[in-house]
Design a protein around this ligand. Sequence first.
Ligand code: F6P
Length: 320
Amino acid sequence: IKTIGVLTSGGDAPGMNAAIRAVVRQAISKGKKVKGIKRGYAGLLDEEIVDLEAKHVSDIIQRGGTMLLTARCPEFKEPEVQQQAAEICRKHGIDGMVIIGGDGSFRGAQKLAAQGINTIGIPGTIDLDIACTDYTIGFDTAVNTAMQAIDKIRDTSTSHERCSIIEVMGRSAGYIALWCGLANGAERILLPEKYNYDEQKIVNSIIENRKRGKKHYIIINAEGIGHSTSLARRIEAATGMEARATILGHMQRGGSPTCKDRVYASTMGAYAVDILCEGKSKRIVSYRDGKFCDDDVDEALAMTKDISDYQYSIAKNLSI
Ligand code: F6P
């Protein structure tokens, strides 16, 4: 490997900059050249390629977002487009690529590898929905951001004796919702993975809680369930308790990364360069069972992971 390309793709996540910085500096320390590709796969096709030196990644470790910008690129599914992308890499002397993103980005890495470019994926998404890894870049910052926002909503919810339904991101996964539910001591957590709840039971529990003198009722609703505003309306009508819905939205994706996100993203960035230099390709860097490791992309994409039944069940007990 002589020249390593790096790109970020899909939704941005806090800590991506720390990973980019680590890729650039680990590669330089091993005598490699680095090229940054702007705007993900779309930018690769447009040849938005810049040389990256150590100084170009200074003062970014603490910043949210991605200095390389990001985009989604649906046309990358086409075989001719994948071939064209590999030719562009060769034209620019890029023989190894580090791709930071989610499942969709890894499918791109898989295709690029099939076209002869060595690729390594790094999991970057606030959703934590990548099966091969217990950690994804941005999740820790996102849950801390959401937790702080929910604490604030709780203050006003208590003062007004309201029910607050707070919708958090996560696409079709409920990890952010489960973590916030536990961290914020929510009365209810609605997860797409456990979508069997009975609305009448929620209504009964709100009425019961009010009788026992509880001043608020916090429901954390995952984006994968959605419809928070209509749920608030139905709850208010059925219980007589005022209800408000708040959709936290994209604020969960921004902000300065936490220490954990900076350290893990830095480690994964350097690790990706190390295994590229060892001659590995078509791998995803993972963190599993307390260790950094790497998996074949096909195998990683075929893996599944569950959300913790135990944590979901104790959340109910802890919020009585
Ligand atoms: O994957 C990250 C994520 O923030 C999801 O939680 C959410 O469903 C989606 O991206 C939102 O995408 P967009 O930024 O395109 O609205």
